[in-house]
Design a protein around this ligand. Sequence first.
Ligand code: UT7
Length: 328
Amino acid sequence: MTLYSKIIGTGSYLPEQRVTNQQLTDQLAAKGIETSDEWIVTRSGISARHYAAPEQKSSDLAVHAARQALDMAGMQPDDIDLIIVASSTPDFFGSFPSTACIVQQKLGMSNNCAAVDVQAVCSGFVYAVSTANSFIKAGEHKNVLVIGAEVFSNILNFEDRGTCVLFGDGAGAVVMTASDQPGVLATALHADGRHSHILSIPGNVDGGAVAGSAFLHMDGPAVFKLAVSVLEKVAHETLEKAGMTSDQIDWLVPHQANIRIMNSTAKKLGLPLEKMVVTVDQHGNTSAASIPLALDQAVRDGRIKKGHNVMMEGVGGGFTWGAVLVTM
Ligand code: UT7
């Protein structure tokens, strides 16, 4: 019998504070920084984003999303035997203790299950799902909680109009379980560290103080160019591994960074835009949270149904990229 991993629950959470382009434009104008709703919408497709409250950390957002995913899966927290959190904005500076451990504690779990963070920036969720899939297929773990959670507003430089208008906060989660039914059909992960400088937080801790910058820096056009080229390739690679063709994809759930990148990927795959789940307009770019947020939205509004084939694709800092093809 072939052992698969299957997504049996999804969940998501957006913090309460919603900020429209116009509100952000007004706030930035007060500081002498010029932008406009028109520029943001035309260049990125973003109209609004959510920001976490000052006391909300990535683990808090993650726990909301996780509870929803567990409910849908019909599971209790202690049924989970591995937690993987993808985040570039972990609760603690220096990344430890891991956000996954904090999530375990906040879910009130007492089963000593494994908990670990993965770091692949905006590709983090795809990396985490692929990791969970491997653990489940190897028989090492049975029920895995995979979460993408970000409070990107904490690392945005609101003096840099080229980045601060693009990102938002949120979390999404899935519960994956061992099954004799497919499941994750194929995954493909890649990285090219030679491009690490085009999207980074170019700082580190030295003698207990930040050396360099603690803010996100991005060469937008360079990221754009790479993203467009790798996303098409990795989608085809994943389809090939699964022995499928793009017309068998029911839904494309890409990383939500820029509608122009997303439209170009769908077009290159020959997919009608109606088959692509779009949340970038309302969420902005929530990095590792963007794919599970979009997935959960489309599952809950009834677009993605049991048996549908869903292609999830991520791309981001590192430089990293990857795709996961699943039957829901
Ligand atoms: O999540 C990880 C993956 N990330 C991405 O995929 C992001 C990829 N990159 C992008 O989405 C796009 O490159 C951006 C949306 C970031 C930028 O769009 P662009 O069409 O590449 O614009 P640009 O950076 O080339 O800037 C064009 C102009 C510049 O002015 P000049 O030099 O032409 O006079 C910028 O200074 O737009 C200016 N600009 C702005 N103007 C108004 C940059 N930011 C703003 C702004 N408002 N917020």
